[in-house]
Ligand binder design. Sequence first.
Ligand code: G1P
Ligand code: ZN
Length: 544
Amino acid sequence: MPINKIPTTPYLDQRPGTSGLRKKVKHFQQPHYLANFIQSILDALDSSTGKTLVLGGDGRYYNQEAIQIILKIAAANQIGRIIVGQNGLFSTPAVSCVIRNRQAFGGIILSASHNPAGINGDFGVKYNASNGGPAPESLTEAIYQKSQQIQQYYILESEDIPLDQLGIYILWEMTVEVVDPIADYLALMESLFDFDRIKDLFHQQGFQLCFDAMHAITGPYAQAIFQHRLGVQPGALLNHILLPDFGGGHPDPNLVYAKTLVEKMYGGNPPDFGAASDGDGDRNMILGQQFFVTPADSLAVLAANAHLVPGYQKGLVGIARSMPTSQAPDRVAEKLDIPCYETPTGWKFFGNLLDAGKITLCGEESFGTGANHIREKDGLWAVLFWLNLLAVKKQSVAAMVKNHWAEYGRHFYSRYDYDDLPLETAQTLMEDLNKQLSTLGGKQFGNYKIYTADDFAYQDSVDHTITSHQGIRLCFEDGSRIIYRLSGTGTQGATLRVYLETFALDPAQHNQDSQQVLSILASLAQNLAQIKEKAGCDQPSVIT
Ligand code: G1P
Ligand code: ZN
């Protein structure tokens, strides 16, 4: 079979962001755009000849076409074997699981996570390394450098692989194994959680689940795990049919976008437990009856109760959370007498800590929770963890969280997003804040006194690399915090994220509404950054 050497020229915008390269579908469909990036990944890898890669995506528009192109480029570049999910599907956590299970050299994930899909939506490509986790910055930078010098790519001329049929195929000298995208992942979940107990919860105790797959990748996984393995009624699954445009929705599991689920959980006669996951299956949202569990509280509750679940009964070695995530997990770590690490935003920073055995659980405020079983956050894992705990504790979600607050105190928390700002406006706003930092320490604003203000920098405790400019942090004497940072995952303009947190130890204060408790801090955050004056925004676009 002939290998074609296709001359090409660099695209200047192929620098991967927080989570791989993300662009509009139409941007990816420009001549050679995807091929350039894939060739750059392969060029940046050391000695990939003959190695095994895992490949799959979240099923969004352009997934299958992209997979066929990638297979042919991989074959032309002497990759030895590609393990691809049936129909080109794999959730992000499942890719991580399969890379580790099969000791693959790495994997390519096609997804733009929680961004909308469809012909006018987004697409993305991300490379994961042999530990199953997102490529380290040194590798993403090397990929970018290759993309800036690229002059040609290699591609095999051949028929498409029938991705719908399980089996082994040969593409010139490369083997393509089309596998069930769920089997390895389900086996891993069964090794961590007590499936019999969860089954009992549904069958003996009449516990009702409602899981919203948002028409994205967790649809098929939820059917296999909840319906077929755990036997919940089909009605327990919402939006579980995977559609290439994710049903036109925004597959981000939060109170704004998981509307159908939220209405159900806050309506009359709600199910006992509600959960949702995002486009590629790595995020999760947990709800009880008329009750929302913040992601940081979720991580804290899981950490405090982990010993009740088979996979974690030996206890935890440490916890990590991203810097803007509330400090609720820190309090649990303190009590368990284990370390709690504070990392920059983005899952990749947890990788070294997990590989070095320094942490067992980790999470981010952006609906990401995970552990050392893989190197990605894991939506369905979090849902199963909760179900296992609820089956053991026989309490409602709300009771579990409220009891947790009574013991540790409550961290009121909210994130304000200002979307679609002109890049320059957002950057100037951040620079102006940065200039104020040296004068903010010690300043009093009503009841709030700043004790320290800085631009967060992180030193990795394993490889000692330093990552700077990870967000402006205003810390107040009463433990409250305001954090500002710009998103690294958007595909147009800039998004300013403002994170608000305040703490109350006294249970008498725990039942207040978060937005009310945080309202003064929110105005202060808006005033200090002059968001209205500089960006013209009266209100955030999304509050979570
Ligand atoms: C967002 C989240 C971050 C998460 C990332 C990938 O990144 O804030 O926590 O790791 O998506 O899912 P951001 O857009 O803020 O850079
Ligand atoms: Zn995701």
